[in-house]
Design a binder for this molecule. Sequence first.
Ligand SMILES: NC(=O)c1ccc[n+]([C@@H]2O[C@H](COP(=O)([O-])OP(=O)(O)OC[C@H]3O[C@@H](n4cnc5c(N)ncnc54)[C@H](O)[C@@H]3O)[C@@H](O)[C@H]2O)c1
Ligand SMILES: [Fe+2]
Length: 469
Amino acid sequence: MASQALIAYCRTYQKVMKLATDVLPWKEPAITKGPGSIKKLPYLIKQKGIKNVLIVTDKGLMSLNLLDSLFEGLKEKGINYAVFDGVQPNPTIQNIEDARNLYIENNCEAIIAFGGGSPMDCAKAAGARVVKPNQSVPQMKGVLKVRKKLMPFFAVPTTAGTGSETTIAAVVSNPDTHEKYAINDLCLRPGYAILDPELTVGLPPHITSTTGMDALTHAVEAYIGGSNTKDTAARALQATKLIFDNIYTAYSDGKNIEARQNMLLASHYAGIAFTRAYVGYVHAIGHNLGGLYGVPHGLAMSILLPHVLEFYGEAAYDRLADLADAVGIAGANNAEKAQAFISAIKELNARMNIPTSVDKIKEEDIPLIAKRALQEGNPLYPVPKIMDQGECEAFIRTLMPRETAAAGPVPAPEKKEIKEEVKEEIKEAVEEVKEKAEEIKEEIKEKAEEIKEDFSDALEGVKDEFKDA
Ligand SMILES: NC(=O)c1ccc[n+]([C@@H]2O[C@H](COP(=O)([O-])OP(=O)(O)OC[C@H]3O[C@@H](n4cnc5c(N)ncnc54)[C@H](O)[C@@H]3O)[C@@H](O)[C@H]2O)c1
Ligand SMILES: [Fe+2]
């Protein structure tokens, strides 16, 4: 079990973060949804008086001609566009810089992010680099480091999935260090999202299933964490039900528009939930399997989700029982319902041919994966049960295929008599959290000033328009 000092530090930090995020201005993107809704995007852009846009996408989507109707619509409306289609899965810093350069070279005034999480995140980070030319991508890592309004930003998800079209995150990979990390800032939340199910009908079954399980992971991790609001909890429950009801149909009958639309909505709701209520160790560990071995994000999530829920054990039973209720899974008590819910996730994975282990994990990498995962997860993620380094390493070993797994789990670290030591560590942790709280207070003050300025600019604009009229 993690030490009392570690637990106290994480929980205090999470409380402070929750208080801070409760006062931040959360604004959801305006949604346009329904089959064929992509055709409305050029009109929306034209209405805003935008003449030059950058489209960020990937080569796979270009080769499927998925953007053709968008290109036609933009031409019809006389809007110029430049296309950056070099986004790799797990977008890199170089991808971001290339997209940014194209934006500047073409005097663009807005961005259309078209694709799965990879193009959307690359576009968000490129937008941040345009408005913050002197801040590098690594310097944006973490929470509220960008703090500058982006250009008009239109997100078109083609996987259902990451929910990136409504989140404040851009997940970035550094191929030199094999690190994968998130930039989190309110300004990265897109202003507009187009949820068109027709764009997702060609998504192959394996990507449909794994990206869909990513969305389920967002909903579940947000719901069982300690930073829910009434709204995020409701969205997470709604998303979980939609995914349980539609994922297998979308996987086995890709052309089913209703299932595709429901999956897009589920992914969007799960995005709304987790961007405010956070994720948990499924993401913290999964990001590092992506960074080190290139395991696709959705696949990592699908495999890890049931394992991590089992690690949480009793600490997550009550919340998991709510989710079981939402999807109609019965049980005599909360423990039974929670276990049945985890079994249902395993069954879904099995029906969709998702493996149960990660064959790329190497024994010698485990300490580094665990260290980086806990740097991401602790103290930020309000998980039901805190993991320490030893537990995390032992946990990662359980993800290896049986035949390659080491002789057995690492024994838990010895318990020491540490009462005085613990008191001292808690004192230090509280000091650290106080400092962080001061920092956050300053950041919120700055943000409030920015909003005030934006508001008075807008007011002046309206006054001018009245004068002109
Ligand atoms: N920003 C966030 O809030 C957030 C949340 C979760 C994950 N992520 C990140 O998003 C990335 C993963 O995104 P993803 O899972 O959507 O996958 P992706 O964007 O990497 O796409 C995966 C593959 O699917 C193909 N594809 C996408 N849409 C298609 C379609 N409609 N038809 C056919 N092929 C299609 C792409 O060409 C690509 O080859 C990871 O880097 C992950 O860390 C971000
Ligand atoms: Fe995710």
